[in-house]
Write a protein that binds this ligand. Structure first.
Ligand code: SAM
Length: 201
């Protein structure tokens, strides 16, 4: 049951995938709210949300910038749900692709975000280099997640799902600096496990 649920979070599919996405829109609200408190968005920033799921964070970014806010996800269902929510803005394109090989030009975005998704990314060190490639100089990469790597439930998730990884702040900092980012700042919500990591190129 837990494995099935996480499998849907890893790559939503079918009608159950649509339901999972709609639940995530609600269940991840606190993580999203904390992340938006941590990051500064310029009014002309061009933004990409990787692992965009149902597209709620794209919708929030669209209110903060006048530029385009795109999404990227390898799940067909996530792409469709994100589009449904945001295409009327006229400033949003959703790309169906794997984060480890994105059909995106070098130095395209001012801000790239990843909410509740890096657990599922392969070869994190190499994938962070791919993310760094598409960010402009001085641009930002924000990771937002419900665990700081010390959540009491982490072990259970890791045992249940093959290929899932949970990272602590020092591990993320090491991988991000190695991927070419210049600086890394970590924010953990008080009395909680919610963690936001912002790397600047
Ligand atoms: C747990 S959901 C989070 C969705 C949304 N960001 C949120 O916070 O509600 C993870 C999303 O990341 C996507 N994802 C996972 N691994 C991916 C990869 N390697 N490339 C692209 N998308 C990926 C999944 O398809 C899914 O839509």
């Amino acid at each position: 049951m837990v494995a099935q649920k996480i499998d849907q979070c890893m790559r939503p599919h079918g009608s159950e995938g649509i339901e999972t996405i709609r639940n995530m829109n609600e269940n991840h609200r606190e993580i999203s709210e904390f992340a938006f408190e941590c990051i500064e968005i310029g009014e002309n920033d061009r933004i990409l949300d990787i692992g965009c799921g149902g597209g709620v964070n794209i919708e929030k970014f669209l209110k903060l910038t006048e530029n385009n806010v795109d999404g990227l996800d390898y799940s067909e269902v996530s792409v469709a749900e994100s589009l449904k929510r945001n295409e009327s803005s006229g400033r949003c394109r959703i790309i169906q692709a794997n984060v480890c090989d994105m059909p995106v030009d070098d130095e395209t975005y001012d801000v790239v975000s990843a909410f509740e998704t890096i657990y599922f990314w392969p070869e994190i060190s190499e994938t962070f280099k791919e993310v760094s490639r598409i960010i402009k100089p001085k641009g930002q990469f924000m990771i937002a997640q419900g665990t700081d790597g010390n959540h009491p439930d982490d072990e259970k998730w890791l045992e249940t799902v093959e290929g899932m990884s949970v990272y602590t702040a020092p591990e993320l900092e090491k991988y991000l600096l190695n991927a070419g980012f210049e600086s890394v700042k970590t924010y953990v919500k008080e009395n909680d496990y919610i963690m936001v990591v912002i790397a600047r190129k």
